[in-house]
Design a protein around this ligand. Sequence first.
Ligand code: ZN
Length: 323
Amino acid sequence: MRRIIHSYRIVMRMILIRTAALAVVVTLAASTLAACADAETDAVAVATTTPLGSVLSDIATCAGGRSSTLMGPGDDPHTFSASSAEVAGMAEAGLVFANGLGLEEGLSSALAGAAADGATVVEIAPLVDPIGFAEDPHGDEGEHADESGEDPHFWLDVARMARAAEVMGGVLADETGDDAYRACGETVRDALLETDAEVREILAAVPDARRVLVTDHHSFGYFALAYDFRVAGVVIPGGSTDAEPSSAELAALVEVIRETGTPAIFSNTAAASSLVDAVAAEAGTDVTVVPLYVGSVGPEGSGAETYSGMMVTNATLIADALG
Ligand SMILES: [Zn+2]
């Protein structure tokens, strides 16, 4: 009996210790949350997409400031929509870097709302010499000749993202009055130009005849132009991820894949589509589906968690698939 009582006391003591530990954990979690909330408030600017957010974070960190990013790894910028707290966060930061040219289809009213609440919303794509969908190197298929307007997917050309870094640094310096942001924009630009050279070096392994891309949606126009590839076809028609191909379009694409003899179709980690797998299966057993980081950086540990890492990873995956 005595022994049982003794054990009971130990159990009670353990429960008390655990309760105390839990209280400490809860307190820590609450203060961490408070710190995060402060960080959001302290953010010098908010970026909408993860590629822009990664570059903005490098500039802000270099200048001793903080930034935040609306989307998370794996979010598709075409379909992402913000919570009301996130919309309030954008207005609070006062400066928002958006991709623009219609990329953030689910955010248009949120961005308009942030601007109406006094935030400066800077769309980056129109500032880095955008190309039209029709100007993209499609080869002779003319598949998207009917598409009009400018292509928002500028970040898939690293040299254009380097220019974006310089633009963001300049805007930050003007908005804050702190010239460190301008210098840091230039530092990050130079680092990205090194990444661009690294991407070119990796892609040099792909022979001319195999520089053919078939992708999930029409997003590789800038990449093709910058790195000398040809976009032979896309699974989802148009410049967004939310369209539906007709069966005739899919059959035509399967024919293009067979004719070009391309060994891979590149899918999108931010917008998985079973249609991509279906097209690959239809085209032949030797056609593999290779997921690329198209709309978003990758999760922690993927090697693609930063914008630079994302582009080097993409280049490596493309070179491995086509080289
Ligand atoms: Zn896209």
